[in-house]
Every structure is written in structure tokens, then in C-alpha cells.
Design a protein around this ligand. Structure first.
Ligand code: CAA
Length: 694
């Protein structure tokens, strides 16, 4: 399993260069510690070697511990801590030469070297918190000793890397190299070869620490990382670094690292790390399927959605033509877009020049024919099949022959829309989530005739604009909204049985969702959900829906946009129960002969998550989503499901699928056949993914 060739030894005069070659990111995989150990031993044994350089081959220095080995028992995982100890104790100078990303265990290796040099483009960070772990190879003890406690905490709690120039300014890097990294590192190593004593970070004091700093950090993570384990462990360890001898913190770090690594939260975050990357691999799509370059985009509809979609492209320098039917609507849309940019500039997120540059790339128009040069046209108009069919018919006549025609529909049949064009192979769904310039998810809806190259281009475009694109099949609501529809039904049912809307939301907030189902409804608008329910009932020939929530809409309370819906809102937009809504619910229960009962938070959470998972299992069985991980990615980036729970499908697998089936049956719901089978066989959704498909 181990492969010492992962580390190449090259002699450059009196310097031994150890090059780590473990593409693509030089993760600290099995074989790397053995190779480094062999290199250090060779350098120690040879009196003519005066210094050692550690450098990464290919595009980067070591980007971290190998996350795939986190499931291995501790004694079988690559020995990063042992390597760090060897480097720290090494009697000759060691120089880490950094390019690409020196992250996590990679930065910890560099911190255990005597010196660090870097090219200007290098990025350095300890992103472990994003994986629910903590720097486990001395990072919590060495980083604060180099950059001080405040900066060390900031870097470890945000997980965000810093650039080489900043790293130099705060002493994390000793020298910036211009030109060839190895040449610069060699010249640095020769200069410091004879300098003694060797400076060791482990012998330094932590500056800038105070009890208040740690107290403030603990308070802050209650907001930024509510309910998460690893941030508080990181603060504990940084405090140890500041107050106790190095060895004590170093030993404590090993224990806390394992505690975090073994936690369900870390398993959830690791699952999402890989699921997100896996979602980029579309089954049946050859890896080398060509993606065309999108040079100009057209957006139809300048409403909130269309404007938000347009911003994504303007932000990355792609010109957009935005089309509306009337001057007033166009002006309103452009005004909104401008205000969005100006508010970002006010908050310092972008500069005033950025605002001008981006708006300068926007062409407003009232004529569909102005989209003739667009490579990608996204329709974002009112959710009506008749309207969309009309637009696609006209679009087909004016769009360039190779243009991709996309619809932002959230529920309608993309095949039916594609069928009105002469080029169904170029039609696709690109379902953005509101606010479209913020939410990271795009459901990429593959219709029956969508060509591979249109799909590949859509995936590439999503990535280009910083989104996570997940391919889904055609059905009512695709993946996200189809599941959320069932979830909403169950939430209303819970209230009918006796829960207050606030209890239902509180349960989901406790699970880690920033918004529960009713907070979400109030934000989206009660009338929108009501219109969808009416439409569905009409399609199925059922009577008009008349649940308690439909009755709330009819009182004129449509949500936050009308000042209140299920809740009232104070000046800080905090929800407060409304007595009229509660009276309406009480009357509804009485009319239905329901004696309200008390529902525990546990029951509410279980029923809502089981409902999501049950529909998710149906979606998998029908092939609407390719992997359970795709559904998890959709729920995290589109609906705020906490990443540290790994998404609903992973969360259910962690709880045990049999428990989900039992819950569904207990509450009178039919389990999806796939869910019931997996539960019966003691399997998880991850096991299902390994099963052969016909
Ligand atoms: N371990 C294992 N595999 C990794 C990895 C890691 N640390 N980092 C990246 N990879 C894999 C990815 O899964 C991906 O594999 P596939 O091509 O098979 O999907 C491949 O490397 C390329 O990764 P990306 O697609 O993400 O490439 P990118 O260029 O967009 O980003 C990156 C590169 C910035 C390094 C990004 O991959 C990243 O952020 N990786 C994680 C870095 C990290 O968290 N390091 C800390 C690890 S924890 C640690 O080190 C603990 C400790 O202290 C002991």
C-alpha cells in the first residue's frame, strides 16, 4: 500500500530536495510519510548535506491530510504527527517551499520546518474546521505562536486561506520568491545553512492572547458555528497554546483531533466534501465531452430571479442582454440590480469601479431578437406553461443556431417546453435558487433530448459562475422542490395535530436549519405555495385546497412581503406568533374534530426528516437524482440543511434507515420501496450506490 516513490530525493550541491509527488493535490497519503522519513534519514546521515528543502511536485504543495484516510483506525492512517515531530527535531535547517495551496496538514508540515518560502500566488490556511476536525499535527499550537492568538484563531475558525503576501507580512512566510520557486528556495537554503541556533516555532511565546479574546471567540462561534463541535475544541487548544507549555498543547491536540474526527459532524462534512466533487461527474457523460465557451448570455425576465441570474454572469465578466416585455418592468428590474450592486459596494464587498464595470456589461432590451448573438439564453419569467411555450417558440426563431436555450422553471416539464422548439437537444433546465446571485445551487435539468455537450457546457458554466451544479431529471419539482413539497405537507399536518408553527420551526432550527418550514413559507410568500397547491389540485381534478394555511392566505396575510403571514415580524424581522392565525388554526382543528395533542421536538424532527428522506428514496429509485449525495448537496446549498449533518440522506443513513421506516409507519406513511428494502438489508444509501445497476 505504501509507496516511498511518492517522495523524490534530488541532490543540489549541499542541499537535499525532497519533492512530494502525489497528484492531484499532494495530499498526505500513505507513502508520503515513509518517503519523507527516508529523505530526512538520508540527509541526517550525509555530512555533506547542510539543508533540506520540502517542495510539492505539480500544481501545489501538500493540500492537507488525505481525507480518504480519515475512516482508517488511527494506527493505520499516514503518520503526519510523527513526520512533524521528525521535522521539528531535525538537526539541520529545513525549508518548506510553497506554491499552490499549503493547507491543513500541508501547512502543519511547513510550520514544523525551520523556514518557509513561497511564491506570490501561494495560499496558506488551516481549513480543518470545514471538515469538522481541527489541525491535528501541531497547527493549533504552532500557528498562534507564529501569527499571534487573534490571527491564529481567525484563520483556524474561518478555515479561509490567506495569500502569500499577507503570510509574509505576518511572519508565516520568511521570504517571497520571485520566479522559479526551487531556485529561490535553494538560494535561501544556502544562505541560512550555517545559521545556528535553529529557530523552532515550538519554543516561541504566543502574543496577543487574553482571557477576553478567548471568551469573545466562544461567544462568536455561538452565532457562526452554532451547534458545532470542532470550533470550540479549536478555541480550547489555542488557549492551551497561549497558557501552557508546547508539549501539553501538542498532546491535548492529538486527543481532541480524534474526538472531532470520530464525530458524526465530521463524517457529515467529509461526506459533503466528496459528494460535492462527485456531483460534478455526470453518469453517462464522457469525461472528455466538449463544453462550448459562453461569451454572451441572454436573460428573459428582469424580475428578482432574472436580475439575480444576470448578476452571476456580470460578476465574472460575461456580458448579458436582459429582455423584458415593457419599459416599466425593465426599469424596475435594472433599478433593483443596481441597488443590489450598490449595497454590496457599501458593505465593501466590491468596489465602486466593480459596480460600473458590471453594469457596463449589461444591455437592457425590449426585443427578443436582441438575443440573436447570445450563446446561452435563460428564461426566467412567470411560472406558466403557456407563457413559457410561447417564449420558447419565439426564441427558437431568433436565437443563433448553436445557442443553448435554458428555462429556470422550478416545476414545469422541460420536455414539454423543449418540444415546441426545432432543437430540443439544445434545451435544458437551469433552476437557480432565490436569491439567485447568492444561493450556490443550480439544479441542471437534463431533459430527454438534451445533448451531452449542452449538459457539459451547463456544468462548466455553473462552475464558472461559482455555483454547484447538480444534474437532475425531469419531474414535478425536480429534486429540491419535490422533496420540500412533501416536507411542507407534513409540517402543516403537524400543526393540524397540535403543534404550533413556532414549535415546528424551532425543531428544524435546533437541527441546524436557519429557517424552518413556516419561516421559509413566510419569506417565499404564502400566496406562491397556495397557487401551486391550487394548480396541482386542478390538474388532478381535486377540489380546491382548503387547509389551515390556505385559509391564512385568504385573510390577506401573505408573508413578510405583506408585513406578516404565519408570523408577525418585529423591526428586526424576528417572527412572533400571531393570535388571529392561532385562532384560525384552533377553529380549523375544531371543525375537523381534531383534539390537539402535544408533540415533542423529537417527533417533529423525526417526521419532517423522514418525510424528506422518503421522497428522496423515491427520487433515487426513479433515477431523477443519480446519487443520494447529489440530494444532500442540493439540500445543503439550496435549502440550508446543515452541512455538518451531511444532508438529509446521509443524516438518515447515520441514524439508521430502519428507524426512518419505523417512524414513517408509526405516523401512517408508506415507506418508499427502496427505503424499506435498504432498511431491511441493514444498508445505507452509500451501500445502494455501490450496488450494480442494470
Ligand atoms: N484529501 C484527499 N483528496 C483530496 C484532498 C485531500 N485533502 N484535497 C483534494 N482532494 C481530491 C478531491 O477529492 C478531488 O478528487 P477527484 O478529482 O477525484 O474529485 C481532487 O483532489 C481535486 O480536488 P478539487 O476538485 O477540490 O480541486 P481544486 O483545484 O478545485 O481545489 C483544493 C484544490 C483547494 C486543495 C481543494 O481540493 C481543497 O480545499 N481540499 C481540501 C483541503 C483540506 O481541507 N485540507 C485539510 C485536510 S484535513 C487535515 O489536514 C487534518 C490535519 O491537520 C491532520
Amino acid at each position: 500500500m505504501t509507496n516511498p516513490q511518492l517522495v523524490e530525493q534530488t541532490r543540489e550541491g549541499s542541499v537535499l530536495v525532497l519533492t512530494i509527488n502525489n497528484p492531484p493535490v499532494n495530499a498526505f497519503s500513505p507513502g508520503v510519510p515513509e518517503g519523507l522519513k527516508a529523505g530526512l534519514e538520508a540527509a541526517a546521515a550525509d555530512d555533506t548535506i547542510e539543508a533540506v528543502i520540502l517542495i510539492g511536485g505539480g500544481r501545489t504543495f501538500v493540500a492537507g491530510a488525505d481525507i480518504k484516510t480519515f475512516n482508517l483506525p488511527r494506527d493505520q492512517a499516514p503518520d503526519l504527527r510523527g513526520t512533524v515531530e521528525k521535522l521539528d527535531a531535525f538537526p539541520k535547517p529545513t525549508v518548506a517551499a510553497l506554491h499552490g495551496t499549503a493547507l491543513g496538514g500541508g501547512l502543519e508540515l511547513a510550520l514544523a520546518c525551520t523556514y518557509r518560502v513561497a511564491v506570490g500566488g501561494a495560499r496558506l490556511g488551516l481549513p480543518e474546521v470545514k471538515l469538522g476536525v481541527l489541525p491535528g499535527a501541531g497547527g493549533t499550537q504552532r500557528l498562534p505562536r507564529v501569527v499571534g492568538a487573534p490571527k491564529g484563531l481567525e484563520m483556524m475558525l474561518s478555515g479561509s486561506p490567506i495569500g502569500a503576501a499577507e503570510a509574509k507580512a505576518i511572519g508565516l512566510v520568511d521570504e517571497l520568491v520571485e520566479g522559479d520557486l526551487l531556485a529561490g528556495a535553494l538560494s535561501f537554503a544556502r544562505r541560512v545553512a550555517a545559521a545556528r541556533p535553529l529557530p523552532r516555532i515550538s519554543e516561541r511565546e504566543v502574543v496577543g492572547a487574553s482571557p477576553e479574546l478567548f471568551a469573545q471567540a466562544r461567544e462568536a462561534i455561538n452565532k457562526t458555528h452554532r451547534g458545532q463541535l470542532s470550533p470550540s475544541l479549536i478555541i480550547d487548544l489555542a488557549e492551551l497554546a497561549a497558557t501552557r507549555p508546547f508539549q501539553e498543547g501538542w498532546q491535548a491536540e492529538a486527543v481532541k483531533f480524534m474526538e472531532a474526527r470520530e464525530s458524526p459532524q465530521s463524517r457529515g462534512l467529509r461526506h459533503i466534501f466528496f459528494a460535492e466533487r462527485e456531483s460534478a461527474r455526470v453518469p453517462g457523460l464522457a469525461k472528455d465531452t466538449p463544453a462550448t465557451t459562453i461569451r454572451r448570455v441572454g436573460v428573459i425576465g428582469a424580475g428578482t430571479m432574472g436580475g439575480g441570474i444576470a448578476m452571476n454572469f456580470l460578476n465574472v465578466g460575461i456580458p448579458v442582454t436582459i429582455v423584458e416585455t415593457g419599459q416599466e418592468a425593465l426599469d424596475r428590474g435594472l433599478g433593483l440590480l443596481r441597488r443590489n450592486y450598490e449595497s454590496s459596494a457599501k458593505k465593501g464587498r466590491i468596489s465602486a469601479e466593480d459596480v460600473d464595470t458590471r453594469l457596463g456589461l449589461l444591455t437592457p432590451s425590449l426585443d427578443l431578437a436582441d438575443l440573436k448573438d447570445a450563446d446561452l439564453i435563460i428564461e426566467a419569467v412567470f411560472e406558466s406553461m403557456a407563457v413559457k411555450k410561447d417564449i420558447f417558440t419565439r426564441l427558437d426563431a431568433v436565437a443563433g443556431p448553436d445557442a443553448i436555450l435554458a428555462t429556470n422553471t422550478s416545476t414545469l416539464d422541460v420536455n414539454e417546453i423543449a418540444a415546441v422548439t426545432s432543437r430540443p437537444q439544445q434545451v435544458i433546465g437551469l433552476h437557480f435558487f432565490s436569491p439567485a446571485n447568492v444561493m450556490k445551487l443550480v439544479e441542471i435539468v437534463r431533459a430527454d433530448k438534451t445533448s451531452d455537450s449542452v449538459l457539459a457546457t451547463s456544468m462548466a458554466v455553473a462552475k464558472q459562475i461559482g455555483k454547484v451544479g447538480v444534474v437532475v431529471g425531469v419531474c414535478d419539482g425536480f429534486v429540491g422542490n419535490r422533496m420540500v413539497h412533501r416536507y411542507g405537507e407534513e409540517a402543516r399536518q403537524l400543526v393540524e395535530e397540535g403543534a404550533a408553527p413556532g414549535d415546528v420551526d424551532a425543531a428544524m432550527n435546533a437541527l441546524g436549519l436557519p429557517m424552518g418550514p413556516f419561516q421559509m413559507t413566510d419569506m417565499a410568500g404564502l400566496d406562491i405555495g397556495h397557487a401551486i397547491r391550487v394548480h396541482r389540485a386542478q390538474q388532478r381534478g381535486e377540489p380546491e385546497p382548503d387547509g389551515w394555511l390556505d385559509r391564512v392566505v385568504k385573510t390577506g396575510r401573505k408573508g413578510q412581503k405583506t408585513g406578516g403571514g404565519i408570523y408577525d415580524y418585529d423591526e428586526n424581522r424576528r417572527p412572533r406568533p400571531n393570535a388571529d392565525v392561532q385562532a384560525l388554526i384552533d377553529a380549523y382543528r375544531a371543525e375537523k374534530g381534531v383534539t390537539p395533542r402535544e408533540l415533542t421536538q423529537d417527533e417533529i424532527t423525526r417526521r419532517l426528516t423522514a418525510t424528506l428522506v422518503n421522497e428522496g428514496a423515491r427520487i433515487l429509485d426513479e433515477g431523477i437524482a443519480a446519487r443520494a449525495g447529489d440530494i444532500d448537496v442540493i439540500y445543503i446549498y439550496g435549502y440550508g440543511f446543515p452541512a455538518y449533518r451531511g444532508g438529509p440522506m446521509h443524516y438518515a443513513s447515520e441514524q439508521g434507515l430502519q428507524g426512518v421506516v419505523d417512524d414513517l409507519k408509526r405516523y401512517g406513511k408508506a415507506p418508499a420501496p427502496l427505503l424499506e428494502r435498504l432498511a431491511g438489508e441493514g444498508k445505507t444509501f452509500a451501500d445502494w450506490e455501490k450496488e450494480p445497476r442494470s
